[in-house]
Design a protein around this ligand. Structure first.
Ligand SMILES: Cc1ncc(COP(=O)(O)O)c(C=O)c1O
Length: 408
């Protein structure tokens, strides 16, 4: 990035000369070879014309497109863009975030390997490590509080191949120290994979902090409009190629050209949306924190959050768009609260333009790993959108008054 006193002439192909706001618009773009279109057109074809000697496609150096499960024009365009935005050498895109996570884990792990996984991660990722990977691949897994670096060091074994974490964890929003975890993993010859779905660039670039792979559910902030699913793994060329051939070629899980196109379009406005979502989330978290009807608020942007210092050290421009909180009172009161909201929509997912709320009460075995504040009252997760913060605050205030019968 251009620094005062060392200004270089900006060039849209050279991120070193550009601010992020410019790089997100131009990074990874290429004019279409056949039409000259300055944005990749939607190419819905399953297959591409083979070269004059069709057998040359088996040469690893062959760079033409062949079949859309493995590489289509829109997938390729999105991969270039994502690698550019996240400071990776290469990217592989998938039909969902879970397919991308699976692609990384099934490539990096084999029978007899040991993995250390944060004990608070998206519930389907937890399921993958609890059931499928041990049962199908004979992987040994330890779930560890990833914010306790001594516990991570203690859990390392000679056969540990992988440390996996989310940067801001779904759902209790604890924050991992990516650089420290990379150091611990690498000291023992293991690799660090980071699910950065809650912290897309420019908030954070885990590869810059030493992670081996970064994984995103593109369904969330990258697409940003709640209308397409996708996932990506980004990292070094060699590892990404292994993931592509191991899982996209042989297992499938490809993203559709149309969804890849939608997500590529969404990624251009990512910094604008994420800035607004972070600003809104900070205001909503402060409002909830100061409200006596709210038992607890977890948001790394709050100065009294136990994760504020590490979040401040790592993140750029904000603390994410998700606020989790606990409401005291009864289960019925919390259900009344969710149903009385008139702007905020009750639905899962996050990173959408509209604010979503999800109320969950976790079974004791899941709740045990969470921040203790969420064990008794369940957890209300606000996935903050780009609406007016005043409208969102008024909506929350009114629904709390309806649910609890007391004004603020
Ligand atoms: C942190 C995180 N990672 C991965 C996923 C899975 O993404 P997808 O729904 O696109 O499969 C989710 C979904 O909520 C998530 O929250």
């Amino acid at each position: 990035m251009n620094q005062p006193g060392t200004w270089q002439r900006p060039d849209k192909h050279d991120p070193g000369t550009l601010d992020d706001a410019t790089w997100f618009v131009h990074g990874g773009n290429r004019a279409d070879d056949t039409t000259g279109a300055i944005r990749t057109p939607i190419v819905m074809a399953n297959s591409y014309l083979l070269p004059e000697d069709p057998t040359t496609i088996d040469d690893p150096a062959y760079s033409g497109l062949v079949y859309t499960r493995e590489h289509g024009a829109n997938q390729l365009g999105l991969e270039r863009k994502l690698a550019a935005l996240d400071h990776g050498q290469a990217a592989a895109v998938f039909g969902t975030g879970m397919a991308a996570l699976h692609g990384a884990f099934f490539t990096l792990l084999g029978p007899g390997d040991h993995a250390i996984v944060s004990n608070v991660v998206y519930m389907r990722t937890q399921g993958l490590f609890e059931d499928l990977l041990p049962a199908k691949l004979g992987i040994d897994v330890d779930f560890v509080d990833i914010t306790d670096l001594d516990a991570v060091v203690t859990a390392m074994r000679p056969n540990t191949r992988l440390v996996h974490t989310e940067v801001i964890a779904n759902p209790d929003l604890r924050v991992a120290d990516v650089a420290a975890l990379a150091g611990i993993a690498h000291a023992s010859g293991a690799q660090l994979t980071v699910d950065s779905t809650f912290t897309p660039p420019p908030l954070l670039r885990p590869l810059d902090l030493g992670a081996d792979l970064v994984i995103h559910s593109l369904t969330k902030y990258f697409n940003g409009h709640g209308d397409a699913m996708g996932g990506a793994v980004i990292g070094g060329t060699e590892l990404i190629e292994q993931i592509r051939t191991g899982t996209l070629h042989h297992v499938g899980g490809a993203i559709s050209p149309f969804n890849a196109w939608l997500i590529m379009r969404g990624s251009i406005t990512l910094p604008l949306r994420v800035q607004r979502q972070c600003d809104n989330a900070q205001q909503l978290a402060r409002f909830l924190h100061d409200d006596p009807r709210v038992a607890y608020v977890a948001y790394p942007g709050l100065a009294d959050s136990p994760h504020h210092a590490i979040a401040q050290q790592q993140l750029r421009g904000g603390y994410g768009g998700v606020v989790s909180f606990a409401l005291a009172g009864t289960h019925q009161g919390r259900v009344r609260f969710v149903n009385d909201l008139r702007v905020i929509t009750s639905a899962v997912s996050l990173g959408h333009d509209e604010t979503l709320v999800a109320y969950e009460h976790y079974p004791p075995e899941v709740a045990a790993a969470l921040d203790p504040h969420f064990r008794e009252h369940g957890l209300v997760r606000l996935a903050v959108g780009i609406e007016s913060p005043e409208d969102l605050i008024h909506d929350l205030d009114a629904a709390l008054t309806t649910a609890y019968g007391t004004a603020r």
